[in-house]
Design a binder for this molecule. Structure first.
Ligand code: ADP
Ligand code: MG
Length: 594
């Protein structure tokens, strides 16, 4: 049995036995911790993993609580029907808010969430039939069959079963195709979109999942307290939930529970001790929380979990699939796309222009590429090469001109759509998820070659597809020479190897056109040789390669043709020996030294 499994079982045993040995008061506290954990798990997914900040989660808790309070007291519904009703209402509200707010970027998103968090809060306080500030009393207890759940100890088991299920589902989700897409959201969407990930979709998904967990917590809360009023659903509470996720740290799903425990216990303790210290009553714990939050963000942004994982085996490494033919299940190979025949027209750039304000970074560049060709794009720094890559891959739209891919005009498409058409790339400034393992980073590249959504992943119905994706990632990593680093965090590799990791990630997409932006920078001589051999082999397999590279020996021995740029202009196009003898190119590179 793995140490992680042992630890999980031990935690489960402690959870199961706790209410039998602790006081009634502690059971109540544990119930609150469980309820808060459900919301914090959602915050952890949303903020910690996905990088989206919401100050409105308490409003979703309120939605769950008020839905069941109204439907049970005024319409006589059974609580087991109000739960799906609350989840459905939350889905509708969350999707509406997602359409409005998730388009916002930067600090506009948190501000947007504050706005609707406050709106929902005032809705609870002011809509007729919701009881105003006094709220709704007489919410019935939950009933399981004939049995009424009316002691704290019984409720404890109900709450914590939901918490454990949420944790398991979350761990399953993060360790899957949609999970890797979600983990790729953080730190900019350019890389994820270039791998074909629909980042807008996954942002909406994690927003919805976190809202549903909050709604579930609200439903449980209403039936524990048996009455609802607006105050527990205010923005203060939203901030506390966010704080719990931050304290726990995003790297582990358990973190949310740790954060919820620390904050709930601390709050209880401060509420007890502060009025006695200050000799006045009031919500002084809020001030202490504020100070703690500032301290935490300054000193320990990653939360408590990285610290705990030094002592406890929290990290479950990815199961690396076998490559031995006898051990590979037949379904474990991803289908590969048919490549265009050698010599077929593949890419055509016509008079492409890109301006940044007054700067013309790319000025009327035209070239074409045929299938099975390696085309070099060279020029001094600032010539516009990377911008040209961005125009081809849909990261940027051209200010004028056209880009055609196999007879289809693609310059108006988004980068995810270009990826779908078989174009993969690497970035001059490496774009990977440093905390994720090497093999998982590469598996993001295979995103479009498998399917499978969030539900299937949470329920672990996706294992065959998962094996195929990880196997493909491993195959590509072995191929580029990183087979010994599969489980290392990608950020721990030397920069040169990180670039090679990006090549493997691009190859995992099974591209017909591969764009490499300075792949050999930072490589040693032998590593460059190996990379050149790999590119030649890829060309032999029908992959076309557009290559930006400064090492002229590397370029000249490899490419079929060259395009040379300088200050956005195309100064030469031709075969390597023609380019080497071209006076304009010599001038550009040597700057008139002779
Ligand atoms: P290269 O890759 O050939 O070194 P780039 O394409 O990165 O050149 O840059 C070409 C020019 O465009 C440079 O002057 C650079 O500063 C400018 N540039 C590139 N991207 C942007 C951007 N997003 N906004 C403004 N200027 C940019
Ligand atoms: Mg560049």
């Amino acid at each position: 049995m793995s140490p992680q499994r042992l630890l999980s079982l031990a935690a489960l045993a402690v959870l199961a036995l706790a209410p039998l040995v602790v006081s009634e008061f502690s059971v109540t506290l544990l119930n609150y911790i469980g309820l808060a954990s459900l919301v914090a798990i959602g915050c952890s997914l949303l903020t910690g993993v996905g990088g989206l900040t919401s100050f409105g989660q308490a409003a979703f808790v309120g939605l769950g609580a008020y839905t069941t309070a109204v439907l049970t007291t005024q319409f006589g519904w059974s609580p087991w029907l109000t739960l799906p009703a609350g989840l459905a209402l939350t889905t509708a509200v969350a999707m509406l808010l997602a359409v409005i707010t998730l388009r916002l970027s930067g600090h506009f998103l948190p501000v947007g969430t504050i706005a609707w968090g406050i709106s929902l809060y005032y809705l609870f306080a002011n809509v007729d039939g919701l009881g105003g500030q006094t709220g709704i009393t007489g919410v019935p207890p939950l009933q399981i069959g004939e049995h009424v759940v009316n002691t704290g100890r019984e409720f404890y088991y109900l709450v914590w079963i939901f918490v454990v299920l949420a944790l398991v589902a979350m761990r399953n989700l993060l360790d899957s195709r949609p999970g890797r897409a979600i983990r790729a959201l953080r730190g900019g969407v350019m890389m994820a979109e270039s791998c074909g990930v629909d980042t807008q979709h996954y942002r909406a998904v994690i927003f919805l999942v976190s809202a549903l967990l909050a709604c579930l917590s609200g439903w449980l809360y209403a039936h524990l307290i048996r009455f609802v009023n607006p105050s527990p659903f205010s923005i203060n509470l939203s901030i506390e939930y966010l704080f719990m996720a931050v304290i726990g740290g995003a790297s582990h799903v358990w973190g949310a529970v740790v954060g919820a425990t620390v904050l709930t216990v601390l709050k209880q303790w401060l509420q007890d001790i502060l009025p006695r210290l200050i000799h006045a009553s009031g919500n002084f714990e809020t001030i202490v929380f504020g100070l703690l939050m500032v301290l935490l963000l300054q000193r320990a942004r990653t939360g408590i979990m990285p610290f705990l994982s030094r002592f406890l085996p929290l990290e479950q490494p990815v199961a690396v699939p076998d490559l031995e033919p006898s051990k590979v299940e037949p379904e474990a190979t991803l289908a590969s796309r048919p490549k265009p025949a050698a010599g077929e027209p593949l890419l055509e750039v016509r008079q492409a222009v890109r301006r940044f304000g007054g700067l013309v970074a790319v000025n009327r560049i035209s070239f074409e590429m045929r299938a099975g060709e390696i085309l070099g794009l060279i020029g001094p720094n600032g010539a516009g090469k990377s911008t040209m890559f961005n125009l081809i891959t849909g990261v940027l739209a051209p200010s004028a001109g056209e880009v055609w891919l196999r007879g289809e005009r693609v310059d108006h498409l988004r980068s995810r759509q270009i990826a779908q058409r078989g174009v993969a790339r690497t970035f001059q400034h490496v774009q990977l998820r440093p905390g994720m393992s090497v093999i998982e980073n590469v598996a993001i590249g295979a995103h479009l070659r498998a399917s499978g959504g969030v539900m299937g992943a949470a329920l672990r119905l996706d294992r065959a597809a998962e094996r195929s994706m990880l196997r493909e990632a491993r195959v590509q990593l072995e191929r580029v020479g990183l087979g010994a680093e599969l489980l290392a965090p990608a950020g721990s590799l030397p920069l040169g190897s990180q670039r090679i990791l990006e090549v493997a990630r691009a190859l995992a997409a099974d591209p017909m056109l591969l764009l490499l932006d300075e792949p050999a920078a930072g490589l040693r001589y032998q590593e460059k040789r190996a990379l050149a051999d790999l590119l030649v082999r890829l060309r032999g397999e029908g992959v076309s390669i557009l290559l930006v590279e400064h090492d002229m020996d590397f370029v000249m021995n490899l490419v079929d043709r060259l395009v040379v740029m300088q200050f956005g202009e195309q100064i030469a196009t031709g075969l390597p020996h023609e380019i080497q003898a071209n006076p304009a190119v010599i001038e550009a590179y040597l700057g008139g030294v002779e």
